[in-house]
Design a protein around this ligand. Structure first.
Ligand code: ZN
Ligand code: FE
Length: 257
């Protein structure tokens, strides 16, 4: 297995900008702010070799221009969105070659949070922006529940050992809601204890394993009887399709936020 180091760079309230490091080189995923990235690169004598963006929101692309002023590197971003400084428009099936990191990432289309949102997958790691969160998922700003359900289903087909690098530290909030849906899920209660402890020690709860997400994240569990039951009770009617269960659980969380 190829070894890269993945470093979280905290930014704004609760964002993580992910830095992929190998030797003296680094690539950054979703640099919403350039300053903390530049600071880390300078401190650790690293040279930036690429910028990858998952979607067009400011907290994911806001630092592109300033980074480019220091490092004129390729910028990979979803083909169907406006990404500042983009040099490589990517769609599902494309491969992002990062020779300086000896790394190759494949592109997966995951629309729903935004219409053109992509994720990057490689080295048993998934950089999924605001699509899948630890124990949650992104809000549906530009997509229907059906579209987001398909995107999450695609992610769920990746190996359980995949590390999920999402872009926000929302985990404890998400767990609070997950417990409303599945108050007796033992994996969820165990996860809550562990993640609470991490946050109390100022540690990130991200990345998480996809296998754990499948056992605890209500947005990946639209086919699980307890979640179907809870969603039907909330909706007050029978839900026959998994995407309807997903849509109900998403609307349920929106109503509580
Ligand atoms: Zn976003
Ligand atoms: Fe975001």
């Amino acid at each position: 297995m190829h070894m890269i180091q993945v470093i979280p760079i905290p930014a704004f309230e609760d964002n993580y900008l992910w830095l992929l490091v190998h030797g003296a080189y680094a690539a950054v995923v979703d640099p919403g702010d350039a300053q903390p990235v530049l600071h880390y690169l300078q401190q650790h004598k690293l040279t930036l070799c690429a910028i990858l963006c998952t979607h067009h929101h400011g907290d994911h692309v806001g630092g592109n221009r300033e980074l480019l002023a220091h490092y004129p590197v390729p910028v990979y971003g979803p083909a169907h969105e406006t990404i500042p400084g983009r040099t490589h428009a990517v769609v599902e099936g494309d491969c992002v070659q990062l020779p300086k990191l000896e790394l190759e990432l494949s592109v997966i289309d995951v629309p729903g949070h935004t219409a053109g949102h992509v994720a990057y997958y490689g080295a048993e790691s998934l950089f999924c922006g605001d699509t899948l969160f630890a124990c949650g998922c992104g809000r549906l700003f530009e997509g229907t529940p059906q579209v987001m359900y398909q995107s999450l289903s695609k992610i769920a087909r990746l190996p359980d050992a995949t590390q999920v690098y999402c872009a926000h530290e929302y985990t404890l909030d998400n767990i609070r809601f997950a417990k409303v849906v599945e108050p007796a899920n033992p994996d969820l209660l165990e996860r809550e204890a562990r993640d609470r402890n991490s946050r109390a020690n100022h540690q990130p709860t991200v990345p998480s394993f996809l296998g754990l997400e499948k056992r605890t994240n209500p947005f990946l569990r639209s086919q699980v009887p307890t979640v179907i039951q809870a969603a039907q009770t909330y909706a007050g009617r029978a839900l026959t399709e998994p995407w309807q269960v997903f849509a109900t659980v998403r609307a349920w969380k929106d109503a509580l936020d």
